[in-house]
Design a protein. Structure first.
Length: 368
């Protein structure tokens, strides 16, 4: 839209330019509708999170019967991808789509709501939130910043990453320039890596230029779209730094609290109802993308050696100990709640999901 035309019509049909910087005192109305801006940490329609963000915007609009209209702004269109949390906290936008792993500078406790090294799988993560007391702690932590949070998806088990050179022992991690985020970055730092945080496109450029030696982003579906296989053929698993990675939607709390109850329910259900569809789409398309990268692009799938995984586990244990001894009492509460749920669910999964997967891996005839 032409900028002059936008400014001319903004008073009656859209959000004014001033609203982009002013705190949100009340919902912005146009033709009897509430219009909200969603800012995301992703390029528009990036396979995986970019697609999921648009699904959420569309679902909120649909479940509200069109009374709450959400317009998506991809990373850089309104604010930078790493600025979406502050934009919603300050009222520049009403909601964001990102991952908790990006907000460690706000509080280390936030990181537990997204993923934990050697922690919870995607189903266990949402189980903790709904049935293990996680959501109340999530609300309390984000409430410090004027945000009401919901989980709205999960990209599933992450990969250890793309490496220029083979990893044969924990010593190979020393000095390795590595891209990751969240608590995984804390674990990697304890192993001697030089950790760097950046977006997916920046990671590609850094690998290409040699500024990075290795890095992980999400998994085969998104990674293949970003072209990492063009630079490195060594694709390592398991991604123990992030057994899953939850996606979140954060709402400006004043804007959310100002909604009528039925629209609050529509917003809540839109987020909750997307968790499984988003997660299962990732899993389905990860599997297809991995096969394609191996068959057509010569990607070599390699398992990290057992002694390397154990070293990573010990480093992850140190990270969790640091959180248990954090000066912030809320961080301690979040950590203890996570650990209690992890212990209870891990004991059971030995017989349940682990047992099923071990049985499936045995050598027997099935389906030809």
């Amino acid at each position: 839209m032409n900028r002059r035309k936008f400014l001319k019509t903004a008073g009656s049909t859209a959000i004014t330019a001033a609203a982009l910087s002013a705190p949100l005192a009340a919902p912005a109305l146009a033709s009897g509708k509430i219009q909200w801006k969603m800012v995301t940490a992703w390029p528009k329609n990036l396979p995986g999170p970019g697609v999921a963000a648009q699904m959420l915007a569309d679902r909120i609009t649909a479940l509200s019967g069109g009374r709450l209209e959400v317009k998506l702004y991809a990373a850089g269109e309104l604010v930078p991808g790493n600025g979406v949390f502050d934009a919603v906290s300050q009222g520049t936008a009403e909601l964001f789509h990102a991952v908790p792993a990006y907000w460690g500078s706000k509080s280390k406790g936030i990181l537990l709501f997204g993923s934990q090294p050697f922690g919870l799988r995607a189903d266990e993560q949402v189980g903790w939130m709904i049935h293990g007391g996680g959501q109340a702690l999530y609300d309390e932590m984000y409430g410090r910043f004027g945000i009401k949070p919901f989980l709205c998806g999960n990209s599933g088990a992450q990969w250890a990453g793309w490496f220029r050179k083979e990893i044969q022992s924990p010593e190979d991690f020393k000095g390795l320039r590595f891209r990751t985020t969240g608590l995984a970055s804390e674990m990697c730092s304890k192993l001697g890596m030089a950790v760097q945080a950046m977006g997916g496109r920046d990671m590609f450029q850094a690998l290409q230029s040699g500024a990075l030696d290795a890095g992980e982003f999400i998994g085969p579906w998104t990674d293949s779209a970003l072209g990492f296989y063009q630079i490195s053929k060594n694709y390592y698993w398991p991604g123990v730094g992030e057994p899953s990675s939850a996606e979140e939607c954060g709402f400006n709390k004043a804007a959310y609290d100002g909604l009528p109850d039925d629209l609050k329910q529509a917003v809540s259900f839109a987020c909750e109802s997307l968790y499984n569809p988003v997660w299962t789409e990732y899993t389905t398309k990860h599997a297809k993308a991995l096969k394609q990268m191996v068959d057509e692009h010569g990607v070599q799938v390699k398992m990290l050696p057992e002694d390397v995984i154990k070293a990573m586990g010990n480093a992850a244990g140190e990270v969790i100990d640091d959180l248990r001894n954090d000066q912030d009492e809320l961080v301690k509460k979040i950590t203890e709640s996570f650990l209690a749920y992890r212990t209870s669910i891990s004991d059971y999964m030995v017989y349940a999901d682990n047992g099923q997967m071990n049985a499936r891996a045995l050598d027997y005839k099935y389906g030809g």
